[in-house]
Design a protein around this ligand. Structure first.
Ligand SMILES: Cc1ncc(COP(=O)(O)O)c(C=O)c1O
Length: 352
């Protein structure tokens, strides 16, 4: 099976598995696991932040960060197409008593500064308004096709946030993909966020884990929230060890995933009955739609699966294909062949 549903399907590398039995272990709730400490130091250094904390998942990382920034009853300005708003079960509302204010997401994954400004009450003294406490950005933006937020835009948001005394949290689940796409060290991106979470378990191929980075004081708050949410783990160096390998060995190879995504998008853009905007492809995510009356997206996804290709639908009939370490360039060619055959059959009316 060619697995293009998500880069979360990546398996740990041999080196990661070999690192597990060698990991020095301690109790990480006591902050005494040397392997976790090493990973956290590495993450903080590479992001240019004072401190980092290991998290079981990106969802808990975002939730803990939002709760650390935002008092109960405050509102969080968050894009209406973000993972935080759509796929994280409303955690900050449920656990943190925080209101999400969804901001319209532009095609490139950015939130217009005017729209952010509109969400800030003109009269802070007027008791009818919930007060804003945080701006959340997603970079790269998954549901907007893996688009990378430009540094100039991040700068603009950070200036706006400072003017309004709001911190910025970045959901950088795939932030290393953004750094590779921009050909810049990742701290150039992280500098515009007060806190950032990134996942070790997506393109970087570790089996488990995310990191939150930020100031020392902020990460201390996150420690307490992580414990409260049940995310304090004991000898979790066994999971931090693959994370260290992920950071040391798996970042540069993301470039291959981007090349494969571009190749896939190029092939798709030439096919009859498929719409794929190649200009949108900046990282490892490709979106396309089926534009032929003889075949629905549901049928397409089913046929592809029967022929050995897994893809996912991600809203409005858009099909998402994500390249990753488990997909070779030759498998991208195979995927294109499978899709071409399905579409040729559709054109001659086979599925009508
Ligand atoms: C942009 C983004 N943020 C956060 C997450 C959540 O990560 P996790 O699945 O580790 O909870 C995901 C997961 O796919 C994601 O794509």
């Amino acid at each position: 099976m060619i697995e293009l549903r998500s880069d979360t399907f990546t398996l740990p590398t041999k080196e990661m598995l070999e690192a597990i039995p060698l990991a020095a272990l301690g109790d990480d709730v006591y902050q005494e696991d040397p392997t976790v400490k090493q990973l956290q130091q590495h993450a903080a250094d590479v992001m240019g932040k004072e401190a980092a904390i290991f998290m079981p998942s990106g969802t808990m990382a975002n939730l803990s960060a939002i709760m650390a920034h935002s008092p109960r009853g405050s509102k969080v300005l968050v894009g209406d197409e973000t993972d935080i708003f759509i796929y994280e079960a409303g955690g900050a509302a449920v656990c943190g008593g925080v209101m999400y204010e969804p901001i319209r997401t532009k095609k490139d994954g950015t939130l217009a500064i005017e729209d952010l400004a509109e969400a800030i009450p003109k009269e802070f003294e007027d008791p009818q308004f919930a007060l804003p406490s945080l701006i959340c950005l997603e970079n790269p933006h998954n549901r907007m096709g893996g688009r990378v937020l430009p540094l100039s835009y991040l700068h603009e948001v950070s200036v706006f946030a400072k003017e309004n005394q709001l911190p910025v949290h970045m959901d950088g689940a795939r932030v290393f993909n953004a750094a590779v796409a921009l050909d810049l060290p990742v701290n150039e991106i992280a500098q515009y966020a007060d806190s950032l979470q990134f996942c070790l378990s997506k393109g970087l191929s570790a089996p488990i884990g995310s990191m939150v980075v930020g100031s020392h004081d902020f990460i201390q708050k996150v420690y307490r929230i992580r414990k409260m949410l049940g995310g304090g783990m004991r000898q979790v160096g066994i999971m931090a060890a693959p994370g260290i390998v992920a950071l040391e060995k798996m970042v540069d190879r993301l470039r291959e995933d981007h090349q494969n995504a571009y190749k896939l998008a190029e092939g798709l853009s030439r096919m009859d009955g498929i719409h794929c905007d190649i200009q949108m492809v900046e990282t490892n995510i490709v979106f396309f739609t089926i534009e032929h009356p003889n075949i629905s997206w549901q049928n397409f996804v089913k046929m592809a699966k029967e022929r050995g290709l897994h893809v996912a639908e991600l809203g409005y009939g858009r099909i998402r294909a994500v390249t990753h370490a488990g997909v070779k360039s030759s498998e991208v060619d195979e995927a294109l062949e499978i899709i071409e055959h399905i579409m040729q059959e559709a054109v001659v009316g086979h599925f009508s």
